[in-house]
Design a protein around this ligand. Structure first.
Ligand code: BES
Ligand code: MN
Ligand code: ZN
Length: 487
């Protein structure tokens, strides 16, 4: 990972980045006054350069001015827009891309920059420089160190630490989601967590294997995993600090590959189904982040892990599944597997863990993208306050989410002739119906439950701002923000 240092004096000055912002209508942009001394002549040169290069100061705008034989040898004006956290996140992302061939960059920060600006900047730097490669990486960027020049480094140490942990955990989630499914079977995923949680005080991991799942009645996880040579698991990761007053349960869908099962997916729809554990990746990474930051809230995270495969052992359309706690589902389509594993985990949380709040994240339906496009998660809750808090956290974190309703007019369709519920009763309204199905398992927690369908934003088709092509780690930043507001 890129090294980021807070310095009061420059260590090396080969490439110097300086903030530029939009100005009034007459002059389109202006340099932002920085909090530390600049080399002789640089301030005047930048003032002349900004209009000459027709810079606008828009967040993420960059320009490279070469100065042969002088120090610094390159000046890099960096657009920082309004200077808020989101604008700095975009600026940080743009900076690592513009300077990918430099080994070292120094960025002078504005005098009196708020800590949130530095948080956004550091997240942008660390997230946009993420790479996932198996094998040699000949095209790796040279950039290894970014120094941030500020008058008072100690004032920003906490902001940098929180941003670094948030980015590190987002990167971990991306790694898990990007990993091919030939490697990341349920056992492998659980082993990664054992490694990541080992030795962390107050963090406990329990992994249930298939025989334990059978003994305790986790019929949904077992049915979905039944077609795979790699058996299912249920991960239970418990961050339990002594001073916690609130108990949150996070649940994440962990289908390590989704073929659709007997109701098999067509080729284009199956291509990226290694990402179908992005909900599990996000919730476990957020929990590891809560532990790393020692947030004073108890977080128990459940990740039901299974591979939805096609074989002689696979579960069939029409099968009736008995979930944890006894509710039964008639599986109408083996490709609606996510809700079956989530149902077990939610029922277990409601009956055995009895938390204050329950939040689940899942790559649950293709309909998420149909309704809201490729960047926005669909959030469901009966609790206005909880919904508003999570949406606010997502907005601050730079992850888009939009609340959708839980309409009464679809509830009757959920009733099966031979079981309590149909897993996927109607065509259309896919994301909404899946949410209504999950709600059936929330029991006493019905009005303290939030479901997020994040199929769409879990993956990015290209590099854009802090996102890189592939897994986005969507959810980690929002969850960590939200958890940090609880006490
Ligand atoms: N994992 C998929 C949902 C998905 C689709 C995630 C596209 C990411 C991108 C899920 O298991 C699924 O197959 N859902 C079905 C539900 C249907 C059978 C009721 C869907 O969305 O078509
Ligand atoms: Mn599916
Ligand atoms: Zn799925």
């Amino acid at each position: 990972m890129l090294a980021i240092r807070l310095l009061a004096e420059p260590d090396r000055l080969d490439v110097l980045a300086l903030p530029v912002r939009p100005a009034g209508a007459q002059s389109p942009a202006e340099p932002v006054p920085v909090g530390t001394a600049l080399p002789d002549g640089v301030a005047d040169e930048l003032s002349a350069l900004v209009p000459a290069a027709r810079l606008t100061g828009a967040p993420g705008e960059t320009w490279t001015q070469v100065r042969p034989g002088r120090v610094p040898v390159r000046l890099l004006p960096l657009g920082v827009g309004t200077g808020d956290e989101g604008a700095w996140r975009a600026a940080g992302a743009a900076l690592v891309r513009a300077a990918r061939d430099e080994s070292h960059v120094t960025l002078a920060l504005p005098a009196g920059a708020p800590a949130e600006a530095v948080r956004g900047l550091v997240e942008g730097l660390l997230l946009a420089s993420y790479r996932f490669r198996l094998g040699a990486d000949e095209a790796a960027p040279a950039l290894a160190v970014v120094d941030l020049l500020v008058a008072d480094p100690a004032a920003y140490a906490d902001a940098v630490e929180v941003a670094r942990t948030t980015a590190e955990m987002t990167r971990l989630a991306r790694d898990l989601v990007n990993m091919p499914s030939s490697v990341k079977n349920p056992r492998w995923f659980a082993e990664q967590l054992a490694e990541a949680s080992a030795g962390v005080p107050d963090l406990h991991l329990r992994v249930r294997e298939p025989d334990e799942l059978a003994a305790e009645g986790f019929g949904g996880i077992l049915a979905v995993g039944s077609g795979s040579a790699s058996g299912p698991r249920l991960v239970e990761l418990d961050w339990r600090p002594a001073d916690a007053r609130t108990h949150v349960v996070l649940v994440g869908k962990g289908i390590t590959f989704d073929t659709g099962g007997i109701s098999i997916k067509p080729v284009p729809a199956m291509k990226l189904m290694r990402k179908d554990m992005a909900g599990a990746a996000a919730v476990v990474a957020a929990t590891l982040g809560a532990a790393a930051l020692r947030l004073p809230v108890r977080v128990t995270t459940l990740a039901p892990l299974a591979e939805n495969m096609v074989s002689g052992g696979s579960y069939r359309p029409g099968d009736v599944i008995r979930h944890y706690g006894g509710v039964t589902s008639e599986s109408t389509n083996s490709d609606a597997e996510g809700r079956l594993v989530l149902a077990d985990a939610i029922a277990y949380a409601v009956r055995e863990l009895r938390p204050d709040v329950l939040v689940d994240l899942a790559t649950l339906t293709g309909a998420n993208a149909v309704a809201l496009g490729k960047r926005t998660g669909a959030l469901y809750s009966e609790n206005d306050r909880l919904a508003a808090d999570l949406l606010a956290a997502a907005e601050a974190a730079g992850e888009a989410a939009w609340r959708l309703p839980l309409p009464a007019d679809y509830v009757d369709y959920l009733r099966s002739d031979i079981a309590d519920l149909y897993s996927a009763p109607v065509q259309g309204a896919g994301s909404v119906v899946a949410a209504l199905y999950l709600r059936e398992f929330t029991g006493e927690l019905r009005d303290r439950w939030v479901h997020v369908d994040m199929s769409a934003p879990s993956w990015s088709d290209g590099a854009e701002a802090e996102l890189t092509k592939g897994a986005t780690g969507w959810g980690v930043r929002s969850l960590l923000r939200w958890l940090a507001t609880l006490d």
